[in-house]
Design a protein around this ligand. Structure first.
Ligand SMILES: Cc1cc2nc3c(=O)[nH]c(=O)nc-3n(C[C@H](O)[C@H](O)[C@H](O)COP(=O)(O)OP(=O)(O)OC[C@H]3O[C@@H](n4cnc5c(N)ncnc54)[C@H](O)[C@@H]3O)c2cc1C
Length: 440
C-alpha cells in the first residue's frame, strides 16, 4: 500500500484539494452506494469525517459504542506532544511528526468545531523531571530539546501565526534549578528539571466538543451501536458488514477509511491488507482524581526517561495520574487485544479494583509528588496503546521510542489510518480525507 508518513520515506504526500462532485453533496440513503464509510469515531475517525463533511462530501461514520469519542481518545492523558518526550529517537523524526501534529491540532479543531474549539482549557505547563536512572542523562536530554527547538523555530519562520493550544511560546524547554519545583516535587530524587511549554487538554471536554460537531453536521450520518465485523472488496468498491442491537447490517461504499485503532489491523487483515509485523498492543490504566487544595495550582509533571509517569493538573481542581509500572496491565502482539481488555476500555472497572488501582498509583506518585495520595479518585479506566516494539520502554533499543510508523496507508479506495497519538490524529485525519477526495 502506498503510504503517507515517514515509513514510506515519502514524507507527507499532500494531495491537491479537488472540488467534490456535486452528486455527492446530499445525505446518503442507506440503500445507495455511499461515497465513503469511515470506521470508528475516535478523534482519528471524527477528524476524517469532519474534514470530508467540511469539504462537501457526505460521510457514513460507523461506531460500535453508543457515542463517539468513548475509547482511547477519551481515556488518555491529553498531552499535545511537542516532541520532547521522544528523546531516544536521535533522528528527531518522531519529534518532527509530533511537533507538526501539535501545531496543527487547534487550527484543525477550529476549522471543524468553529469558535467552540477556543473553549478547550489547557493544563498547567509541564515540567520534565529527570529520574536518576533515566535512559538519557540531562545533557543528552538538553541536546534533544535543542534539536526540537530548531525544528520549532523553522516551523515558526514558515508560519509565524503559531497556534499551540492558543499559545505561541518562544522556548519549548529550558533547564531550571530543581529548587524551583519545591515544595510540589521531592526534587532531591531527580538529576535535573526542565521547564517546558508543553500542555495537555481535558479529554472529556474535547470529547464533548467533537461529539457536538459530529451531531450538528448535516453531511455526517453517524451510526452508533454499529460494530464492524469485516470489510470486503466488491464490484462497486467495498462492502462493510457488521452487527448491531437490531441484527446484522451491511453498507456498500466506494471508499473506506479504517480508523478502528486497536481493531484496525484485524479489519485490515480481513480486507486483504496484511499489516507489517512488529506491532504491540498495551493496556494502560489512568486515574482522574480531585486534588487536595494545596496541590490545585501545582505544576504538571512528566518524569523522564523510562517507565515512569505523569501528573497533569487541570484548571478545575482535578488531575490525571499515571504510573507505568502499576498502570501497565496488558501486552500482546496479537492482531487485536483480548476481549478481556474491553470492559476497562469502556470505563467499566469494578469498584474494588478501581479503588486498589487508584491507591497504588497515587501512593507511587506521592513518593515524589507529596500530597498526591490525599487526592480523591473520581475515575479509573484504561485505554489501548498501539505502537511497534518487541521490548518495553526501559530498553533503550525498544521500538517504542520510535513512533514514525504512523499515518495513512491506501490500497485503491481502502485507506487505513494509524494516528499514532491523539496529538497527530487531526493532522493525519485531514491527510486521509485528502486521499479520499483525490479519488472521489
Ligand atoms: C493511557 C493512554 C494515554 C495516552 N496519552 C496520550 C497523550 O498524552 N497524548 C497523545 O497524543 N496520545 C496519547 N495516547 C494515545 C491516544 O489516546 C491515541 O493515539 C488516540 O486516541 C487514538 O485515536 P483513535 O481515534 O485512532 O482511537 P479511538 O479513540 O480508540 O477510536 C477508535 C474508535 O473505533 C471504535 N471501534 C473499534 N472497533 C470497532 C468496530 N469493530 N466497529 C465499530 N467501531 C469500532 C471504538 O469504539 C472507538 O470509538 C494515550 C493513550 C492511552 C491509552
Amino acid at each position: 500500500m502506498p503510504s503517507t508518513g515517514p515509513q514510506g520515506k515519502t514524507g507527507f504526500r499532500w494531495l491537491a484539494a479537488r472540488s467534490v462532485d456535486a452528486r455527492l453533496t446530499t445525505v446518503v440513503n442507506s440503500n445507495d452506494l455511499a461515497p465513503v464509510a469511515v470506521l470508528g469515531a475516535g478523534l482519528a475517525g471524527a477528524s476524517v469525517a469532519l474534514e470530508l463533511a467540511h469539504r462537501g462530501m457526505p460521510v457514513i461514520l460507523l461506531e460500535r459504542d453508543p457515542q463517539a469519542m468513548a475509547r482511547a481518545s477519551l481515556r488518555n492523558e491529553g498531552k499535545i506532544h511537542l516532541g520532547l518526550i521522544y528523546a531516544n529517537d536521535g533522528s528527531l523524526a518522531t519529534a518532527r511528526l509530533q511537533l507538526q501534529g501539535a501545531l496543527r491540532f487547534r487550527p484543525l479543531l477550529r476549522r471543524w468545531l468553529g469558535p467552540a474549539a477556543d473553549a478547550l482549557r489547557p493544563s498547567s505547563p509541564f515540567h520534565y523531571v529527570v529520574a536518576r536512572d533515566s535512559l538519557l542523562q540531562p545533557d543528552e536530554l538538553e541536546h534533544h530539546y535543542a534539536g526540537v527547538q530548531r525544528l520549532y523555530d523553522a516551523a515558526r519562520e514558515q508560519h509565524p501565526q503559531t497556534d499551540y493550544l492558543g499559545t505561541a511560546p518562544q522556548r519549548l524547554a529550558e533547564r531550571v534549578a530543581p529548587a524551583s519545583l519545591r515544595p510540589h516535587v521531592a526534587v532531591d530524587r531527580f538529576a535535573a528539571v526542565f521547564r517546558t511549554a508543553e500542555l495537555a487538554v481535558d479529554t472529556a471536554q474535547l470529547a464533548d466538543l467533537v461529539r457536538s460537531a459530529i451531531h450538528a453536521h448535516p453531511r455526517i450520518d453517524f451510526r452508533p451501536g454499529h460494530r464492524v465485523q469485516r470489510v470486503r472488496a466488491s464490484d462497486t468498491g467495498y462492502r462493510v458488514a457488521g452487527d448491531s442491537a437490531n441484527g446484522a447490517w451491511h453498507i456498500d461504499a466506494r471508499q473506506v477509511v479504517n480508523c478502528l485503532w486497536d481493531q484496525r489491523l484485524r479489519i485490515d487483515s480481513g480486507a486483504g491488507f496484511e499489516p507489517e509485523p512488529g506491532w504491540v498492543h498495551r493496556l494502560k490504566y489512568r486515574v482522574i482524581a480531585r486534588l487536595p487544595e494545596a496541590l490545585r495550582h501545582g505544576p504538571s509533571i512528566t518524569m523522564v526517561l523510562g517507565p515512569y509517569g505523569d501528573v497533569v493538573v487541570r484548571d478545575d481542581g482535578t488531575a490525571y495520574f499515571s504510573w507505568y509500572p502499576v498502570g501497565l496491565r496488558g501486552w500482546t502482539h496479537d492482531l487485536a487485544p483480548p476481549a478481556a481488555w474491553d470492559a476497562a476500555c469502556r470505563g467499566d472497572v469494578p469498584g474494588e479494583a478501581a479503588a486498589a488501582m487508584a491507591r497504588e498509583i497515587l501512593d507511587a506518585i506521592d513518593a515524589w509528588y507529596p500530597g498526591a495520595a490525599r487526592s480523591v479518585p473520581l475515575l479509573v479506566d484504561a485505554g489501548v496503546i498501539v505502537s511497534y516494539g518487541r521490548t518495553d520502554v526501559d530498553d533503550p533499543r525498544s521500538g517504542l521510542h520510535d513512533r514514525t510508523r504512523i499515518g495513512v496507508n491506501s490500497g485503491g479506495g481502502y485507506h487505513s489510518l494509524d494516528p499514532g497519538k491523539l496529538t497527530t490524529a487531526p493532522l493525519f485525519g485531514q491527510a486521509a480525507a485528502e486521499r479520499v477526495l483525490a479519488r472521489a
